[in-house]
Design a protein around this ligand. Structure first.
Ligand code: BTN
Length: 256
């Protein structure tokens, strides 16, 4: 029921006009109808209860953006290598957007999609586990494509493809690139070539090797991102030496 040029990602495609959240919908489907074909994709024109990282709300204008969830079963991936899935997805999404944008598309740790210092989209990965391995993954991707404006509090921090190009981009074309690159990076992940993933991730990491201000518990400090540990912790060179941070432990300070 579609024309994606992939082997399995997006071959089972469910398109919805409106849903609370494509991640919720897919998680529900997984729990009801296992085994769902790996690579199943949910796409929605509109989400009325889209979810973001750290319990935040993901709000977008109906019909203008990419709101999608992809079902994968990376059961080969031990929990201590879980972050490589985030890396594979971040690389896939940033490669997909790079096909449409003249500027570099970057990844802000851990997996926000950035260009020109502004957020273009985000990723919400929800895993189920068996023992110390991942059983299944629901990979939610939200991208600002043809949405012109943003809420006042977001307008200095968010952007969209249309704000950059000044013209509409067909959502199907973006989706085709997402599934193609998702399949590519998923197969690299499966092959166990973690070095490639790590290397490509650092190459497009926002503020990598650049001195910038960060905030932890209200304290502002200067640091330079030097790497990311296998566990996903961000490694930074600071006045007090090398330090590493967990997802919720640190905030980037916006300079724009
Ligand atoms: C973030 O940056 O906070 C992550 C945003 C993830 C949004 C996507 S849209 C499709 C999928 N369904 C959801 O409810 N959330 C993700």
């Amino acid at each position: 029921n579609n024309t994606f040029s992939t082997l399995f990602v997006g071959q089972n495609l469910i398109k919805l006009k409106e849903v609370d959240s494509t991640n919720n919908f897919l998680k529900n489907l997984v729990s009801k109808s296992e085994p769902l074909p790996e690579g199943t994709v949910i796409m929605a024109d509109n989400q009325f209860a889209g979810r973001g990282q750290q319990e935040s709300v993901w709000q977008t204008e109906a019909g203008k953006n990419i709101s999608t969830s992809i079902y994968l079963r990376p059961s080969f991936l031990p929990l201590n290598k879980q972050f490589y899935l985030n890396i594979a997805v971040s690389l896939a999404v940033s490669d997909a957007l790079s096909c449409f944008l003249p500027e570099a598309v970057q990844v802000k740790w851990p997996n926000d999609i950035y260009t020109n210092g502004k957020k273009l989209g985000g990723i919400l990965i929800e895993n189920t586990l068996t023992g110390s391995f991942i059983k299944s993954s629901v990979i939610g991707i939200g991208l600002n494509i043809n949405q012109q404006g943003f809420r006042a509090d977001l307008s200095t921090k968010a952007t969209s493809v249309i704000q950059i190009l000044q013209k509409e981009t067909p959502l199907e074309a973006v989706m085709e690139k997402i599934v193609v690159f998702m399949e590519k990076y998923y197969l690299i992940l499966k092959s166990g070539n973690y070095a490639i993933l790590q290397n490509d991730y650092l190459k497009r990491l926002y503020k990598f090797d650049t001195l910038a201000d960060y905030q932890q518990n209200g304290q502002i400090f200067e640091g330079k991102i030097t790497g990311v540990e296998e566990s996903g912790r961000l490694v930074m060179e600071t006045a007090g030496g090398l330090r590493s941070f967990n997802f919720k432990e640190i905030e980037f300070i916006h300079t724009q």
